[in-house]
Design a protein around this ligand. Structure first.
Ligand SMILES: C=C(O[C@@H]1C=C(C(=O)O)C=C[C@H]1O)C(=O)O
Length: 387
């Protein structure tokens, strides 16, 4: 038995490299699968195959006495499968929409290090593009930059698992000519960021964006006599705290962003909910076509006839009749029309599918106004249930 730490660590490094090599091999095979499905038009996701695969892996480990927990195996392979599905999606979408740009200009709220910036980086990486950053001061500026052709895409947060819908973005969608072309789920991990390692009790002022403050309200309530300074974005807050360089102030933001401004993490994981994820949408000037093999979502904007009793129910029943799953229903006031409401409906559907087109035609009978805001690949890969 060898107990030399350096030597054992060298062996671990070797094993990790072998794992990486195998992961890259699997990644390459996923691309071959995508090419095959491009020809056969077979659905990209095969839940039965995934379940079978996971069950067999757990059984295989058990038969070989690997001493690895079933849950551990399942979680790791669910993550691997997620990468495989998204890799295939990107391949099919790039082929179909003939994206040839070397780099993509993405407009986002805030400065470098904001959550929107980190999500934009993620989106560009997923599509294997070089990101050209276009930092904006407001959500409306993100829309304007894309409209003006300064940016290819705009990235905007639509909802968060802790604080819910981002109304301002929903309202801006009411008036835009842009189309939704994608979505992205980004895990949000809020931290307290400071200039130097001080004690939490020395802090009397917190700087951040209102959404972040709301998402960390339980933690903030535990602090004595704290003053809140609202900022345009969490990155503005981080930059301000870094430039003021005072011991009594802190920014709430993410560790990666804080790092860009030379801030240190004083406390991590301060959000009310551990599972704090923001769903971003990606907007562009032109709509995209989504390959039929891909799990697709469509966002609709609709008003119903208020004079007609049960008009919203009638509208929603159209989806039931056509076996279309609705993933979200949101309502927002219409400015200038007191008590009138605009409905946002997100459905699991591809508008190029003839049966979906029939359903949308039927929906028009129950709506005064109906607009397709966009049809886009769902980039949220729900893990299969293997219990
Ligand atoms: C790779 C495939 O595509 C998807 C990804 C899977 C995987 O990575 O193992 C399994 C089934 C599909 O949901 C496949 O169909 O085999």
């Amino acid at each position: 038995m060898n107990f030399d730490l350096n030597e054992i660590r060298q062996q671990i490094t070797q094993v990790d490299r072998s794992l990486l090599k195998l992961l890259s091999e699997r990644h390459r095979l996923a691309l071959d699968v995508a090419r095959s499905k491009e020809i056969t038009q077979k659905s990209l996701r095969d839940v039965e195959r995934e379940q079978q695969l996971l069950r067999e892996l757990v059984q295989f480990a058990e038969n070989h006495h690997y001493q690895l927990e079933a849950q551990y195996i399942t979680q790791i392979f669910q993550r691997i499968i997620e990468d495989s599905v998204l890799t295939q999606q990107v391949y099919l979408q790039k082929k179909l929409n003939q994206q040839r740009e070397q780099n993509i200009h993405i407009a986002f709220l805030g400065k470098r290090g904001s959550y929107s910036h980190l999500a934009a980086r993620n989106y560009a990486t997923r599509y294997q593009e070089e990101l050209v950053e276009i930092s904006c001061d407001s959500f409306s500026q993100v829309f304007e930059q894309v409209q003006a052709g300064e940016a290819d895409y705009g990235i905007l947060p639509l909802e968060n698992t802790t604080s819910g819908s981002i109304n301002e973005v929903y309202d801006l969608l009411q008036h835009t000519e842009l189309s939704l072309v994608g979505e992205l789920a980004y895990p949000i991990k809020h931290c307290v960021l400071v200039n130097s390692q001080q004690n939490l009790t020395e802090i009397d002022t917190l700087y951040s964006h209102p959404q972040v403050i709301q998402q960390c309200s339980n933690f903030i309530r535990t602090l004595d006599r704290i003053h809140i300074e609202y900022c345009e974005s969490s990155s503005h807050a981080m930059q301000l705290v870094a430039s003021l360089n005072k011991p009594n102030i802190a920014a709430l933001g993410n560790a990666d962003g804080g790092n860009l401004y030379g801030l240190q993490v004083l406390k991590t994981d301060i959000a009310n909910q551990q599972n704090n994820i923001t769903r971003f949408i990606i907007v562009a000037k032109q709509p995209i076509v989504v390959a039929p093999q891909i799990h697709t979502k469509t966002l609709l904007l609709m008003t119903t006839n208020k004079q007609q009793v049960g008009s919203l129910v009638d509208a929603l029943l159209v989806f039931k009749k056509h076996n279309i799953n609705m993933t979200k229903l949101e309502s927002r006031p219409i400015y200038g029309q007191t008590w009138d409401e605009m409905f946002y409906l997100e459905i699991d559907a591809n508008i190029n599918n003839p049966s979906v087109q029939i359903a949308l035609e039927e929906l028009r009978q129950y709506s005064n106004y109906l607009k397709i805001l966009g049809c886009y690949p769902s980039e949220i890969v729900k893990p299969v249930d293997v219990t």
